[in-house]
Design a protein around this ligand. Structure first.
Ligand code: SF4
Ligand code: MG
Length: 289
């Protein structure tokens, strides 16, 4: 039987006191315990950034990849071992900026993995540059006159990109976030959780209080149907005075990427014998004339 304490290690988190990442760490550990997972059942893959440090502070399998490259690494791991629950951690810069290309192609492939993006709307680890999700006009070290680009809307981007599970959480509501993580991991296919995460050091605009004033829970509306793409699209566009959190869109009908790779029909790579010789021509059914 699992327990939240099984996922604790002795590492002291180096995040700033009051950082939203602490709430996310607690929610992840809590969700894993609720799912009755053990540290050996999960693989945590991260990129680079404050949010990507999260796996350092958990006892579980982990792989720290390059900046923006966590998703292809995670996809490869899932192809090799379908039994692993693979969870990816990245920030808004890592996930939507440097890793934006991988974000787009992972969504349409639909591998069975969960993608947690700790979205604080700024680059924190590298000391406060504006990021893809920074609001227009955001003042930062690299935008002293205010950011001039329109901010990325990750929820709309994910829906347009074919993601089969699209959701948003709030770091300062760990109970709700824990429930969301459980739903995302239980979803068969790619699941995105974009998490509003206050960065108390470099984002003085989108603070915990700023988010708290605006967020509302979709779960409180029993008539909301996350399976209805058009209704979900309306929610995806909502940002500003009101920001929806919860499962925004879910499509359970799509097969996963690993289910469609013919070479894996008789089991994942990690179960294949290395003794058995493989006839490559036969395996890929090439015919020469
Ligand atoms: Fe958290 Fe921001 Fe500090 Fe990074 S810089 S640890 S995101 S508060
Ligand atoms: Mg960030």
């Amino acid at each position: 039987m699992s327990d939240i304490k099984l996922f604790n290690n002795d590492e002291k988190a180096t995040w700033c006191v009051g950082c939203g990442d602490f709430g996310i760490l607690a929610s992840v550990q809590w969700a894993f315990a609720n799912l009755d997972l053990l540290p050996t059942d999960v693989l945590l893959v991260s990129g680079i950034g404050c949010g990507s440090k999260l796996p350092y502070y958990m006892k579980a399998n982990g792989y720290d990849s390059l900046h923006g490259r966590a998703l292809p690494v995670a996809t490869g791991a899932k192809l090799a071992n379908h039994d692993l629950r693979v969870v990816v951690f990245s920030g808004d810069g890592d996930g939507y900026g440097i890793g934006g290309n991988h974000f787009m192609h992972t969504m349409r492939r639909n591998p069975d993995l969960t993608h947690i993006v700790e979205n604080n709307q700024v680059y924190g680890l590298t000391k406060g540059q504006y990021s893809p999700t920074s609001q227009k006009g955001f003042l930062s070290t690299t935008s002293p006159e205010g950011a001039i680009e329109v901010q990325v809307n990750p929820i709309a981007l994910a829906m347009a990109g074919g993601a089969s599970f699209v959701s948003r959480g709030f770091a300062n509501d760990p109970r709700h976030l824990r429930e969301l993580i459980v739903k995302a991991i239980n979803h068969k296919g790619y699941s995105l959780i974009d998490i509003l995460q206050p960065c108390i050091t470099y984002n003085k605009v989108n603070t915990g209080a700023w988010y708290k004033e605006r967020v509302y829970k979709l779960d409180d509306d029993p008539s909301y149907n996350a399976g209805d793409f058009d209704a979900a699209w309306d929610k995806a566009k909502e940002w500003g005075d009101r920001i929806p959190i919860g499962v925004i869109f879910q499509d359970d009908s799509r097969p996963t990427y690993e289910e469609q790779v013919s070479q894996l029909r008789d089991g994942p790579l990690c179960r294949k014998s290395v003794e058995q010789p493989i006839d490559l021509l036969e395996a890929i059914k090439l015919e020469f004339v």
